[in-house]
Ligand binder design. Structure first.
Ligand code: XMP
Length: 510
């Protein structure tokens, strides 16, 4: 299988570059830039290398650099933004701050005929985001594109197959960006486009059938996309020797537990053991209002229930996990402050002894996991479902969690999602749900005074969940959801819509 190496210099689009390449059916891996040499890439058989952008200037004392041997290994290289400047610098060129200041946003691009710009018009729009630029070309290179503010918007040394672009082809604002990446991957590197999901499935199933012959494997099934796809894939390889323990903490959305059990267990034949533990979780959550404490308690209890169940299954050889590629990529960006401790539920029980871990999806991006899921016959609504926090509705009931509050939230959430689904919500919003606030308010029903709960509705648009915009939903839709919730759900007197983006708010309320 042909593969491209995306060498990460800390740019925000590093994973996007790899996803774009993979969308052309060419496998791409992301690795941190440090310590990789020309020999490494030649030996590993990469057909090409892409240097990503990055926030630094090549002359900064601590800017990430690459081994110059990468340019002489005989493997084509495409440098993007910082990667373009670094390529020029390593090849002996000069970089300088642009006289006209930073160039940012959509910019008119003028290109020269070149293999990199095959089927790209001489004039088009690209996305720029830089302060420095290549002022002096290195020996052997020539300029092949410019903009009004940047005399070297692209360069190449055709002999050594080295290409650099100052703009970002991976971003959709660069209208011909995909064409440019395509030209590099196919025409310059000579890749074949043989990264096909059907092949991935059959290769994985064959490999696991051999590797796991006679072994018993345990998987913590959360009902989310990753663990469900991992379960069905492994089930295809080892059948009933895969034990999927589904800890139902009672904090799932309406009908979710049944749906997972029905679809994966009964329809797809996966060995699903659903452990009903709502009472236990509610007991442990009694009186707890602090969000991080809720998360910790749920995480601990989850492991306890999981371990107890595993103990009943006798000797288990391996633990399977739904780890995906973004979890594996080393970013080297340093530790960000912890806003929420996310990976608490479904975490590896450290005290359990396994002879190894199986991670069938560790090479895949989320969209590829969904594609595999679909090809494996998992229904669309499960495979395309929106993210759901591990601690579930516990972080959407503000304050103490009780069975009654969960009932109200579950119903309100189901109504809101139903209305949005009907209005093609998934095409517009990445996540939408209801929150049960701890504010009570006065209402009037018939001629009587009521005093009930306030439900908040939240719908956001985002690509990466690091930032999010509140969704501008039609008033009619909000009105319908509000009136259905107050009419159909006992105990709710008021519905509000959350109009805060992230930052400053987060997607979840807790
Ligand atoms: P925030 O609220 O941090 O959410 O803006 C970003 C994304 O992460 C999800 N989320 C969680 N996922 N455990 C999880 O597995 C958690 O504790 C958790 N908290 C938030 C959230 O739903 C959104 O998709």
């Amino acid at each position: 299988m042909d593969k491209i190496l995306v060498l990460d210099f800390g740019g925000q689009y590093n994973q996007l570059i790899a996803r774009r390449v993979r969308s052309m059916h060419v496998f791409a891996e992301v690795r941190p830039c440090g310590g990789v040499t020309g020999r490494d890439i030649a030996q590993a058989g990469y057909k090409g290398v892409i240097f990503t952008g990055g926030p630094n200037s090549v002359y900064d004392a601590h800017s990430p650099h690459a081994d110059p041997s990468l340019l002489t290994a005989g493997v084509p290289v495409l440098g993007i933004c910082y990667g373009h400047q670094l390529m020029a610098y390593l090849a002996g060129g000069g970089i300088a701050p642009a006289h006209s200041g930073s160039e940012y946003g959509k910019t008119q691009l003028f290109t020269e005929p070149n293999v990199l710009f095959r089927d790209v018009p001489r004039e088009s729009v690209c996305f720029m985001s830089h302060t420095d630029f290549v002022e002096e070309l290195p020996a052997g290179f020539r300029t092949i594109a410019h903009t009004a503010g940047c005399s070297c918007a692209a360069m190449c040394d055709e002999q050594r197959k080295l290409y650099g672009v100052q703009f970002h082809p991976e971003v959709t604002h660069t209208v011909y960006g995909m064409q440019i990446l395509h030209n590099f991957v196919f025409d310059v590197c000579g890749c074949r486009g043989d990264w096909i999901m059907e092949d991935f499935i059959s290769r994985s199933v064959d490999a696991y059938r051999r590797q796991l012959a006679g072994k018993k494997v345990l998987l913590a099934l959360s009902g989310g996309v990753d663990s469900s796809v991992a379960a069905v894939l492994l089930h295809k390889a080892i059948g009933s020797r895969l034990f999927c323990v589904f800890v139902d903490h009672g904090l799932l959305r309406k009908g979710e537990g049944e749906r997972v059990e029905q679809t994966l267990g009964r329809e797809l034949g996966v060995n699903v053991i659903r452990v009903r533990a709502e009472e236990r979780f509610l007991q442990r959550l009694k009186g707890i209002v602090e969000p991080e404490q809720k998360r910790r308690i749920i995480g601990e209890e989850f492991i306890r229930v999981f371990e107890e169940q595993a103990g009943k299954l006798g000797r288990i050889d391996l633990l399977a996990q739904g780890t995906i590629y973004p979890d594996v990529i080393e970013s080297g960006k340093g530790d960000a402050a912890v806003i929420k401790s996310h990976h608490n539920v479904g975490g590896l029980p450290e005290t359990m002894a396994f002879r190894g871990i199986v991670e069938p999806l560790r090479d895949l991006f989320k969209d590829e996991v969904r594609e595999v899921g679909e090809k494996l016959g998992i229904p669309q609504d499960l495979v395309r479902r929106q993210p759901f926090p591990g601690p579930g509705l516990a972080v959407r009931v503000i304050g103490e969690v009780t069975a009654e509050k969960l009932r109200i939230l579950r119903e309100a959430d189901a109504v809101f999602r139903e209305e949005l689904d009907r209005a093609d919500g998934p095409a517009v919003c990445a996540q939408y749900f209801a929150v049960l606030t701890d504010t009570r308010s006065v209402g009037v029903m018939g001629d009587a005074r009521t005093y009930g709960c306030t439900v908040a509705l939240r719908a956001v648009q985002t690509d990466d969940f690091m930032t999010a915009e509140w969704a501008r939903l039609p008033y009619e839709l909000l009105e319908k959801a509000s009136s259905r919730i107050t009419n159909e759900i006992r105990g709710v007197t008021r519905v509000v819509y959350d109009i805060t983006s992230k930052p400053p708010a987060t997607v979840e309320w807790e």
